[in-house]
Design a protein around this ligand. Structure first.
Ligand code: AMP
Length: 149
């Protein structure tokens, strides 16, 4: 198997997902690979009817993207990866993670997995969405109560 050359960490900034970032950093070091960070702003603008018009236009997308950029900067610093490339994109999380990976020649996507059961499993998760039709390898790192260690 070839070494990984470009690893993509997809993050939702959840405090319990810190181990996911640490794993991605560890693998990037092991393979001497480039590491990039991605957050998807999964925001669907609401269609407001005429009687619900806002007094002033509010750039919700822009604000969410700015906040996500700040959070990505903080995460990169916490992981000691200030030099890592960072992307914030708007859209649907699973498809956007796969699209970004394909666009930037990523060969390993690292995501967290909550080891869901029952209804939550049926409803799906980001890890499932990424796995289906991923353009490269995917590592789902266990997070939360079910995680080991
Ligand atoms: P979930 O299945 O939504 O609980 O998320 C599991 C994992 O998917 C997280 O640990 C992240 O690695 C990734 N993920 C979830 N939401 C996002 C997002 N908005 N942007 C990037 N990655 C995400």
């Amino acid at each position: 198997m070839d070494d990984y050359r470009h690893i993509l960490l997809a993050t939702d900034f959840a405090p319990e997902s810190r181990c996911v970032g640490e794993r991605a950093v560890e693998l990037a070091a092991r393979y001497d690979a480039r590491l990039s960070l991605l957050h998807v702003v999964d925001y669907v603008p609401l269609e407001l009817s005429n009687d619900m018009m806002l007094a002033e236009p509010v750039d919700v997308d822009g604000r969410l993207v700015d906040e996500a950029r700040d959070s990505l900067d903080r995460l990169a610093a916490e992981l000691g990866q200030e030099g890592a490339q960072r992307w914030v994109v708007l859209g649907s999380t699973g498809p956007e993670i796969k699209r970004t990976a394909e666009e930037h020649d990523v060969d390993l996507i690292v995501v967290g997995s909550h080891g869901r059961h029952g209804l939550a499993l049926l409803l799906g998760s980001t890890a499932n969405a990424v796995l289906h039709g991923a353009p490269c390898d995917v590592l789902a790192v266990r997070v939360g109560e079910d995680a080991q260690g």
